[in-house]
Design a protein. Sequence first.
Length: 437
Amino acid sequence: MGTGLLNIGQRRRGPAEGVSADSAFPRRDGVLRCGEVSLEALVQEYGTPLYVYNGDRILERFHAVRDAFAPLDLVIAYSVKANPNLAVLRLLGGAGAGADIVSGGELYRVRHAGIDPERVVFAGVGKTRDEMRYALEQGIMAFHVESAQELVALGEVARDAGVTAPVAVRVNPDVRSPTHEFTRTGHASAKFGVSPDEAVDLYRAIVEHTALSAVGVNVHIGSQIREPRPFLAALDVVLEVADRVLRDSGTDLRYVDLGGGFGIADGEAGALDIRALAAGVAARLEGRSLTLILEPGRFLVGDAGALLTRVLYLKRSGGKTFVITDAGMTELIRPSHYGGVHAISLVHDSDKGSVERVDIVGPVCEQGDFLARDWRLPVPSPGALICVRQAGAYGFTMASNYNSRPRPAEVLVHGGRPTLARRREEYGDLIRGERDD
Ligand code: LLP
């Protein structure tokens, strides 16, 4: 499966339908739906731009991961950063998910949503002492430590608090993941993790420290990776670290955390074969009494979400056709920031005009503000509704108020019933917290 990153100029683009056979947003009677609910009806109720999540699809994906890895002792720690909306957290927490967090704020959300702290792992290169204290108070499963200095700080915070901090070292396996350079984290020059040799040293320090205890080993090599091979290469590296730790410090680590990063089908290419990955992982874990932790984010929520936006104007200039929509980089930054290719289609079949290559651009005053470039689309009329797929992960959560644009509403459709999961922001929200005299 090509990753497309090496041949950006030759990407397959559009049409959107048929990209993902198990689409969460099927077309019926000429109109796209979220399950049975018409997207047109949702827009009439909640306006545009609008994020819509298919809760049934989220649970289907959660169960798909669980089933693929079924024979193993597994914790699915949902990567909260992908979509931290409370409704999503409650849905996944209710299904038995734990959480992968990277900030005190994410921990606050996770606890608010009732997720068991004993299933929460805390990664990130820059945890503050305040965040460490908060996580210790909450009794999380483990800190995924990413440097020697962070380990020292955690030891001090834990000792001062009179508790023992459970630790896994995040290993940098020096595996190059086939994905965009901004979402690649497993190569030696990335800021994440420590080398296998340094990891062994850190485990020695943990074992000798009275306020630290070594519980597992962690790796995360990046995001939107469509091949099993780099994950398995990374797993080999961390299992070797676990063996060395046992020999070196006499400590038997309880879990291996393989991170997230499982790729989904989008407007560019297909998904990771999760069953092939699971088979490779199971073969490597055979005969070991290790719990497996996985940290999927996008794989659970990515294709379960869509961004709905309305066409404001059509503009032809400089040999191009611009479809100007009421959503742009402020609502979905992935196309402009990561070269993300989302499958985009019209909500209504009846809007179909002649198919052209168009640039779908937002209202933000930046030339880099686009949702798609050279995307094949039936040229829409002003007022038409556009559906941007695979927007359930890293969509709303990366939205901003740039250009003083209120952020959109989010709706969760679950069991055929839509619920407003977050209301649309108003102008008043934009100045909340600012001094105003
Ligand atoms: N675990 C750790 C430690 C991570 O840093 C991440 C993502 C995940 C798990 C989940 O990765 P996922 O399964 O969602 O691929 N904003 C970018 C993606 C950044 C990913 C950051 N870390 C994008 O829109 O493509």
